[in-house]
Design a binder for this molecule. Structure first.
Ligand SMILES: Nc1ncnc2c1ncn2[C@@H]1O[C@H](COP(=O)(O)OP(=O)(O)OP(=O)(O)O)[C@@H](O)[C@H]1O
Length: 614
């Protein structure tokens, strides 16, 4: 092997959905190019200067895998999810996250589209799981399903009428979810029924109250059980819409708190993935409810696939960029550190010496994505987890004929699209990349915005030269003409950005405190009521005793005094807890207003400043 390297524990992939009818009718255009082969995404963001001239800013991202709008759920599954399903049979705890803006395709990816008869990852995984269970090596395992959601930091059981659940960490550090229902299932059909029931419960809840499915994280856990012990575990997580956590300046307090909770969980998730990838001893899973309940998926033998879903439309460019940046940051963490880079270069040098090749002939573009080079030479390109435990089943055609059609009668509404009725699911398919996909259909500059110039932000070069007209309208846009102004503006900007960041951080910390205080206050209020009931009982006993002939009045007075004192102390404690909470709430409002104003000012400055540089 050319480069020694551990198995990747994290795969970060992104997926573009097609423009939908609504977007097309609105005149939206597709501004994202995806290259499946190069695992690359290019977003051509439309921007407007102060003088209203338009230009395009280009953002390029690279991931472990990128899927264009023509990629099917089956293709995606085979490339990045099936390997972790297999790993679960090899005793791993594996997790697949779908992340992205509301309407970006998370549910389509996970659940599929019943009406269009498109199977999602749940069904595709279910099929493979039961195929494997039919194999004698795994015949002793059973499947148990749980399905719950996290909404506003609280857990609700989707398989038990959304009953409230409590996560508890025991003395051994295991996190148990008290009251969580687990259903045993014995077939793909049963498994899909349970999933359908849970999903329906989530949808009903979102219609009947101000809850909204895109504000909650849905967690489907499939445990492979060996008797009462867990053999391996698969968690599929449909995360809350990423835009829900984005805006702390929303005027509705509850929305702000929900958003802050989502922010907190996404931040904590990123940190936990970082810890998992770096094999750190300490995993900050207590950072949020989401990561707390997933604790065992971040330690030990674990693998994670994250799928960032995004819309191609120009009207969603901000959210799309946020999704891609988040995925990029998760992926950034995977890049080898300096020492690893040095080790890799050293091992290359060693190999070169062994092969007696001059140094300059060595492959040089290996440091950032060593696995790519490996894949070209030795490893199958889309087999992220090497040492596949199931490779010896290859000849048994274990995955060759998924019986999706059998499900049509048993899973209501579920049918399989024509083109996927007889896919050949051989391992050969699994380890090969998909055939090249047709490229995006709407050529941006030609069709819609011929006057735009395209800036490549990375190379500071233009794709198309600016039209003479654009140049003429902005003859003063020459850095040399206003150097002082540019410096002043950028100084103002950076100090404002610092301030904004400080306020943002303070706000985030305060919200964390508030959320914790809220939980404590509610639980104190509950125990306060219990205490009061107890005191009332004691008072009644006092009255009962004093009514008896020959009763001791001193004892009565002493008893009553003690009860009233305890009551007063109880009330005072609760009151002081309440007033601290109230003052934090009003502090939060002030911070939120400050944040909002500062951001407005900054975006104003930003436009002026970017205008000068154009
Ligand atoms: N890859 C795709 N191919 C075809 N249609 C898609 C694709 N992805 C999503 N869609 C369609 O886009 C719409 C929105 O997708 P979906 O409901 O999966 O979004 P979501 O991210 O789950 O939204 P929410 O967070 O609100 O639940 C649906 O009608 C879905 O069928």
């Amino acid at each position: 092997m050319l480069i020694e390297q551990g198995e990747p524990k994290i795969i970060v992939a992104v997926r573009k959905r097609p423009l939908n009818k609504k977007e097309i009718n609105k005149g939206d255009i597709d501004i994202v190019d995806v290259s499946n082969q190069q695992s690359q995404v290019i977003v051509k963001e439309q921007r407007t200067k102060v003088d209203l001239t338009k230009y395009i800013e280009e953002h390029q991202f690279n991931f472990d895998a990128a899927f264009d709008e023509n990629t099917t759920n089956e293709q995606l599954y085979l490339q990045i999810v099936r390997p972790i399903v297999e790993a679960a049979f090899n005793k791993a705890k594996v997790t697949c996250f779908a992340y992205g803006q509301t309407g970006s395709g998370k549910t389509y990816t996970m659940l599929g589209d019943y009406q269009e008869r498109v199977p999602g990852l749940y069904l595709l995984a279910a099929y493979d799981i039961f195929c494997l269970l039919n194999n004698e090596c795994y015949g002793h395992l059973q499947i148990a399903i749980s399905f719950y959601e996290i909404y506003c930091g609280k857990l609700f059981d989707l398989l038990n009428e959304r009953s409230l659940l409590q996560p508890r960490e025991d003395a051994k550090g295991n996190v148990n979810i008290v009251g969580l229902q687990e259903r045993k299932v014995q077939s793909v059909e049963q498994l899909m029924k349970v999933i359908e029931q849970g999903s329906a419960s989530r949808i009903t809840a979102s219609n009947s109250s101000n809850n909204d499915s895109s504000r909650s994280h849905a967690i489907l856990q499939i445990t492979l059980k060996d008797g009462s012990r867990s053999h391996g575990k698969l968690s599929f997580i449909d995360l809350a819409g990423s835009e829900r956590g984005a805006d702390v300046s929303d005027t509705n307090k509850q929305t702000r708190f929900d958003g802050a909770e989502i922010n907190k969980s996404l931040l904590a998730l990123k940190e936990c993935i970082r810890a998992l990838d770096l094999n750190k001893n300490h995993t900050p899973f207590r950072g949020s409810k989401l990561t707390l309940v997933l604790k065992d998926s971040f330690i030990g033998n674990c693998k994670t696939v994250m799928i960032g879903n995004f819309s191609p439309s120009n009207s969603s460019s901000e959210h799309t960029l946020n999704t891609l940046r988040y995925a990029d940051r998760v992926k950034e963490l995977k890049k080898p550190n300096d020492k690893e880079l040095k080790d890799q270069v050293t091992s290359l040098d060693k190999l070169a010496r062994e092969l007696m090749l001059p140094r300059q002939q060595q492959p040089v573009k290996m440091q950032k994505q060593p696995q790519n080079q490996q894949s070209q030479q030795q490893q199958p390109q889309f087999n992220p987890f090497k040492n596949n435990p199931l490779q010896n089943y290859q000849n048994q055609n274990l995955f060759q004929q998924p019986q999706f059609l059998n499900l049509q009668n048993s899973v209501p509404g579920m049918m399989i699209p024509q083109q996927s009725q007889q896919p050949t699911y051989t391992f050969q398919n699994f380890i090969q990349p998909p055939p090249p996909q047709p490229q995006p259909v709407i050529p941006l500059q030609q069709q819609q915005q011929p006057q735009f110039k395209i800036n490549d932000t990375k190379n500071k070069q233009s794709f198309n030269k600016p039209t003479p007209q654009l140049q003429e309208t902005r003859p003063y846009m020459n850095e040399n003409l206003f150097p002082g102004q540019i410096e002043r503006k950028s100084k103002i900007n950076s100090s404002m950005e610092d301030d904004l960041m400080k306020i943002g951080q303070k706000h985030e910390q305060l919200i964390s405190v508030i959320l914790e205080e809220e939980e404590n206050l509610i639980s104190s209020h509950r125990s306060h009521i219990d205490q009061m009931v107890e005191l009332v009982k004691q008072e009644m006993m006092l009255l009962h005793n004093i009514d008896k002939p020959g009763s001791d009045v001193d004892e009565y007075v002493k008893g009553l005094e003690q009860i009233l004192l305890t009551k007063m102390e109880e009330i005072q404690t609760l009151q002081s807890q309440l007033s601290t909470f109230k003052s934090h709430l009003s502090e939060e409002e002030t911070l939120q207003k400050q944040f909002y104003q500062q951001r407005q000012q900054l975006s104003q400055q930003d436009t002026e400043c970017s205008d000068i540089f154009k």
